[in-house]
Design a protein around this ligand. Structure first.
Ligand code: F6P
Length: 549
């Protein structure tokens, strides 16, 4: 029994039933499941907004899905979901509400935190962002010397970088191509150097994005950016026209020297990795315009509404979350691949890594006790077809089970024409071929029938039975991006709820931060670092010698 009165997850009858069921299904092949049910392809699919989600190529039966839903019911996933949407403080270790869903709520909605409706504040900031984005886009907002802003650089890290950086790539074909938008996150000076070396400071706007406004990487880069600007423009007053801030911390923003009028606010009930549809999306809004940004928010909301209202049997985030649990907890899968068949989704998986791994990479349950079940998977992947010529070999014939999401679109982006547009069918032929090969493989008999010499038959045989989800949409629009992100946000939520972990804190990143602060003086001044381990001591000494110190 847990301290919170819940039975330990892996001692519940629902868990035991799933473990038993897994044994029973051990020898079942997807080939058999499809042969036994001619309606499986259509029956194991959901349409959510613009997303067609096919989950027929999973190692599940109706019984598996029923047992998984029972686990969700036993762990009260929908109860926690409702508490989240109501604004209850479900982030227990930080005593905070979790209300990224309020960022896309309609103007008339009422969502209260500590007795205050937060929706008017959300829309006031969105309106302020839209006014500013329009001024930058139209040229009405100029730099200190009166030049038009041509370059926008977002300086932030983690949730203050990955979301807008990913979405900017995804929606590149919707952006104002006259504007250069870049993202600087790494404290390695090379990042800022490369982002600024070919730019005119008089035409460059910096957006300093930091929820806390204390993150060392961001503040260091922001300070260097200010030096770069002032070295060129030579007037402190230039900061007001070239720096804006996105933060929850007005005091620190003012301390840095940014005019509070140029600050776009968000709140502690928005987690960093859930924040790119808040003020953190300002760079994106400047790039695509406020109208497109609002279309994206509509897409988020569509999936929020679906998650909030769809019954368990037809609830896509619930289903995808449970499928992940099926593999992670009952098939020993360690990782989950996300494989988009769109060049524009090149940063999508990197974004999901923070969303999923920072949320569910926890070994301590909400009651403070260590879990004795697996939690979040390693999330990885890059766009197809590049991955096919790199690591797909292991997914097809390796010894590890790697469930994968394939995401593709019927239409290429509208900008493509001629031969480049025609290439889309080849891209998508690969998309469909891969999930078929993974699911059904190629039997030894089929290989032999092709005349393959006997000594090569095992090498050329594909077992198949590699599970995949296919997500297909007509085209990649701002709304579809919002739908996809909300789908993953809620999937991660479902898993955290079942595992009984707090998906909204991130204590695991703190120790490294504290140690880095302690080690820095050892590098620069040779200072003694109390508690530095023997290995690190030798490495630090070597580093100092290499730097001639
Ligand atoms: O890496 C930890 C973290 O706190 C993330 O959760 C967050 O997105 C990132 O650092 C950046 O934080 P901030 O927006 O406060 O600069």
């Amino acid at each position: 029994m847990n301290a919170d009165g819940r039975t330990r997850l892996n001692q519940t009858p629902e868990w035991t039933a799933l473990a038993k069921h897994r044994e029973e299904l051990a020898d079942t092949h997807l080939r058999e499941l499809f042969a036994a049910d001619p309606g499986r392809a259509e029956g194991y699919a959901l349409q959510v907004g613009d997303l067609y989600i096919d989950y027929s190529k999973h190692l599940v039966t109706d019984e598996t899905l029923r047992l998984l839903r029972e686990l969700a019911a036993a762990t009260d996933v929908f109860g926690l979901r409702d508490a989240m949407f109501r604004g209850e403080k479900i982030n227990v270790t930080e005593n905070r509400a979790v209300l990224h869903t309020a960022l896309r709520a309609p103007r008339e909605a009422v969502i209260e935190v500590d007795g205050e409706n937060v929706v008017p504040k959300v829309h006031a900031v969105l309106d302020k962002m839209a006014g500013f984005a329009d001024r930058v886009r139209s040229g009405a907002w100029t730099g200190h010397t009166g030049k038009r802003i041509k370059n926008v650089i977002n300086v932030g890290i983690g949730g203050s970088d990955l979301g807008p950086a990913m979405a900017y790539e995804v929606l590149r074909s919707f952006t104002d191509r006259a504007l250069m938008v870049r993202f600087v996150s790494n404290v390695d000076g090379a990042d800022l150097h490369e982002a600024t070396r070919d730019l005119d400071p008089a035409e460059t706007l910096f957006i300093i994005a930091s929820k806390t406004f204390t993150t060392i990487e961001t503040i260091t880069n922001a300070t260097s950016a200010r030096t770069w600007l002032l070295d060129a423009l030579g007037d402190e007053a230039a900061v007001a026209k070239h720096f804006v801030a996105l933060s929850t911390n007005a005091e620190k923003v003012a301390e840095f020297g940014i005019d509070p009028d140029n600050m776009f606010e968000f709140w502690d009930w928005v987690g960093g990795r859930y924040s790119y549809d808040s003020a953190i999306g300002l760079s994106l809004m400047i790039a695509i315009g406020p109208g497109r940004f609002r279309e994206m928010l509509d897409g988020f909301r569509l999936v929020d509404d679906h998650f909030r209202t769809a019954p368990a049997e037809a609830n896509a985030p619930l289903l995808l979350g449970l499928l992940g649990i099926w593999y992670g907890n009952f098939h020993d899968a360690q990782s989950h691949a996300v494989l988009p068949y769109s060049h524009y989704l090149s940063r999508f998986t990197a974004y999901l890594q923070q969303l999923d791994m920072e949320s569910n990479g926890k070994y301590v349950a909400r009651d403070g006790r260590q879990v004795d079940w697996q939690t979040g998977p390693v999330v990885w992947g890059t766009p197809g077809t590049n991955g096919q010529h790199a690591y797909y070999q292991l997914i097809h014939q390796g010894t590890k089970l790697i469930p994968a999401d394939f995401i593709g679109f019927a239409e290429p982006v509208a900008e493509l024409s001629g031969e480049l547009k025609a290439q889309h069918d080849l891209l998508m032929a690969n998309f469909f071929a891969q999930t078929q090969a993974l699911a059904f493989g190629k039997s030894a008999e089929e290989v032999r029938a092709e005349g393959v010499p006997e000594e090569l038959v095992t090498h050329k045989t594909f077992q198949g039975n590699r599970p995949t989800t296919t997500v297909l949409a007509k085209e990649l629009t701002p709304s579809v991006l919002g739908q996809l992100i909300a789908l993953y946000e809620h999937k991660v939520f479902v898993q955290g709820a079942v595992w009984n972990i707090d998906s909204f804190d991130q204590w695991g990143v703190e120790l490294g931060k504290v140690l880095a602060k302690r080690v820095e003086p050892a590098l620069t001044e040779g200072a003694e670092v109390p508690g530095l381990d023997a290995s690190s001591k030798v490495l630090v000494a070597k580093y100092r010698r290499m730097r001639g110190r």
